[in-house]
Design a protein around this ligand. Structure first.
Ligand code: P6P
Length: 338
């Protein structure tokens, strides 16, 4: 008897966690699984075909869209629309929400928010990138087009969230509120296999992930925290280490497994921080709390922030709970002079 448990089997085995919507959510997660395989295939040959490099257009963030950004966005949108469980999506690569208008989708119960290819500037240099997704039950009436209210929900109302990391191996990590589970893709079989069940992040760690190139513009408390990491040799005598890949999914995943903290505070170029609340911070915050960690904007729990705009940014501190607590303490002790 094979001891391999596939993602599909795991979703079905655990759909009792969603008695009121077991089939729909399972089908929705299945569409994400399919799109992940398709995007993974293209990423794995990015250097071989003319699909890397900028698509020449800018997204609402003012960032030049890489061709794979556009490709990934289109593949996830198509897969989500095809399974009739989703009435609309919001995406980093879409200026506004995309409501699906065929009859089956109008009657769907869920909306999905996504960053289809986070860290895409790393594609051309063969560094890991990822897809981040966040799933909510709609609040607008079934049978009508999705509205902005369906997407502007606080992160504590998510029913599921996860990411795909296209790295040395491709993994899908997700939670439906019953723990965080990781599945590694076996290309020879074409399936995601359960490899990391019930992931828990260590309560403390030694890895801090931040772009220190922005140091001069960091809030005082963040500067103090960085100096604390550089000068403080913990009682176990293992000094802190700085690890920053420039790809949120990659830094987050390593810190989830080993313990650590990822910090993206306000900077000169991003006074509200760079990370987007709805499709980067909320799903990662949902996952880290399910794994026993913490996520805040330096003051507030990320999942309790009431959104006002689809693409709004927030400062983001996520990882081992004791490390996030430490940063919050420094921010409170060393406030910026207003
Ligand atoms: P910087 C990628 O654009 C991203 O959104 C995250 O994946 C990554 O952690 C961060 O921005 C990198 O930003 O300003 O350090 O290059």
């Amino acid at each position: 008897m094979s001891d391999i448990k596939t993602l599909g089997e795991f979703i079905v085995d655990n759909q009792h966690d969603f008695p009121h919507a077991s089939g729909e959510l399972s089908s929705l997660l299945g569409s994400i699984k399919l799109a992940a395989k398709i995007v993974n295939r293209e990423i794995n040959k990015a250097g071989l075909v003319d699909i890397t490099g900028a698509a020449g257009v800018e997204n609402i963030q003012g960032e030049v869209q890489q061709k794979l950004d556009v490709y990934a966005n289109n593949k996830f949108k198509a897969a989500l629309a095809a399974r009739d469980q989703v009435c609309g999506v919001a995406s980093e690569e879409e200026d506004d929400l995309v409501a699906f208008t065929n009859e089956n989708n109008l009657n769907a119960k869920y909306v999905v928010l996504m960053d289809p290819l986070d860290g895409s500037s790393n594609i051309d240099v063969n560094v890991s990138v990822g897809t981040i997704f966040s799933i909510y039950r709609r609040v607008s009436p079934v049978g009508t087009p999705a509205t902005k209210a369906d997407f502007l929900q606080p992160g504590n109302r998510q029913v599921a969230a996860g990411y795909i990391i296209y790295g040395s191996s491709t993994m899908l990590v997700y939670s439906t509120g019953n723990g965080v589970h990781g599945f590694t893709y076996d290309p020879s079989l074409g399936v995601f296999c359960l490899s990391h069940e019930s992931l828990q992040i260590p309560t403390d760690g030694k890895i801090y992930s931040i772009n220190e190139g922005n140091y001069i513009r960091f809030p005082n408390g963040v500067k103090k925290y960085i100096k604390y990491c550089q000068e403080n040799v913990p009682e176990d005598n293992r000094p802190y280490t700085s690890r920053y890949i420039g790809s949120l999914v990659s830094d987050f995943h390593r810190n989830l497994l080993k313990g650590g903290i990822y910090l993206y505070p306000s900077t000169a170029s991003h006074p509200q921080g760079k990370l987007r609340l709805l499709y980067e911070c909320n799903p990662m915050a949902f996952l880290i709390e399910q794994a026993g960690g913490k996520a805040s904007d330096g003051r507030r729990r990320i999942l309790d922030i009431e959104p006002t705009e689809l693409h709004q940014r927030v400062p983001f501190f996520v990882g081992s709970s004791e490390m996030v607590d430490k940063v919050e303490a420094f921010l409170e002790q060393y406030p910026d002079r207003v």
